[in-house]
Write a protein that binds this ligand. Structure first.
Ligand SMILES: Cc1cc2nc3c(=O)[nH]c(=O)nc-3n(C[C@H](O)[C@H](O)[C@H](O)COP(=O)(O)O)c2cc1C
Length: 313
């Protein structure tokens, strides 16, 4: 009889992450993942309303180097490389339009890369919309509704009314969960001082998340899970809940963006103290919510073709 492995699932998971996370080597998948993470931060800089021209130059150099390393090693143009090139082209266009001089070496490498890869990129990564345009499709078919939701990083700083948030939360309750456990918890924070502290703990998104009203902290109740084989079910369920919540927010014309919570132990402890979160719960992520400004930019965050990620048997 085959011997059953005694390594708990979370240990096996950790071992695999240590082996495969993109920091460790340079497979095509690891390089493309690094590219997306890196171009996404440039793309966000392109969309903010108050731009810091010349931003991200060291990151741009590293990104260009990564594109060349990928092309030298693999020689093809998967969509994630094309999207990276498109963002580099928009960065170039923005600075040329503003007559802002990037450092000579960077400008030369951008020009050379874009020339060499012509035909493999376009300028369609950031969009300027009015609030009315952004919410125009919320009563249309699911396909149109779903395609019209985006992460918004530009709130006007006013409160989304609690009566609206109550409707949003009621709608989000339709989310499925494992055995209908409903282990996800939400802390809806309107208090400005608390929001500032939470955004500082989250460590990334000062500049737009501190204008969220409310900032939602999503947690999972570990007492709902039985063993080391099950525990990350709480994270799966919270993810499904969050997607439903994002759609519920969009349906009720609330702008929103999920934010990661990759916190160290000290921040974990601090967030529990700040919001009185029971020790039995773990924070999974934030969602910053707000009323959008009358006009704003958004990042389109291009998607891979479904064929690239689906395998049929
Ligand atoms: C779990 C999660 C964490 C995220 N964390 C951040 C974040 O910390 N900062 C940020 O600007 N965007 C964050 N995002 C937003 C993603 O960048 C965004 O969802 C992605 O680019 C797809 O774009 P879309 O939401 O407009 O469809 C996060 C998204 C998810 C799902």
């Amino acid at each position: 009889m085959e011997e059953k492995s005694t390594t708990p699932l979370y240990m096996r998971h950790l071992q695999k992450v240590l082996q495969y996370a993109y920091y460790h080597s340079q497979s095509a998948e690891q390089m493309l993942s690094q590219m997306v993470i890196s171009y996404h931060s440039i793309e966000k800089g392109l969309a903010v309303s108050e731009k810091r021209f010349g931003f991200g130059q060291p990151k741009m150099r590293a990104l260009i180097d990564l594109c060349y390393r990928y092309m030298d090693a693999y020689g093809d143009y998967p969509s994630r490389l094309e999207d990276t090139l498109g963002v580099i082209a928009e960065y170039d266009q923005l600075h040329k339009e503003q007559s802002f001089l990037l450092s000579d070496d960077l400008q030369q490498s951008i020009d050379a890369l874009l020339k060499q890869t012509e035909g493999h990129w376009d300028l369609s990564h950031t969009k300027h919309l009015t609030k009315q345009e952004y919410f125009a499709d919320i009563q249309k078919s699911f396909a149109e509704f779903s395609a019209s939701r985006h992460s918004i990083r530009d709130f006007d700083g006013t409160d989304v009314r609690k009566s609206v948030m109550n409707q949003v939360f009621a709608l989000a309750q339709n989310a499925p969960s494992a055995c209908n456990r409903q282990a996800t918890r939400v802390y809806a924070v309107y208090n400005e001082q608390l929001i500032t502290k939470l955004v500082d703990l989250q460590n990334h998104e000062r500049g737009f998340a501190d204008n969220a009203r409310p900032l939602l902290v999503i947690a999972t109740e570990l007492q709902s899970w039985g063993s080391g084989e099950e525990w990350f079910g709480g994270y799966v369920d919270a993810g499904i809940y969050m997607m439903n919540l994002l759609y519920a927010l969009h349906y009720h014309q609330v702008a929103a963006i999920p934010l990661n919570w990759y916190a160290d132990e000290v921040s974990q402890q601090q967030i529990h103290e700040l919001l009185n979160i029971p020790d039995s719960q773990e924070v999974v992520a934030f969602i910053a919510c707000g009323n959008p400004k009358d006009e704003f930019n958004l990042v389109t965050s291009k998607r891979r073709d479904a064929k690239e990620i689906v395998t049929y048997f």
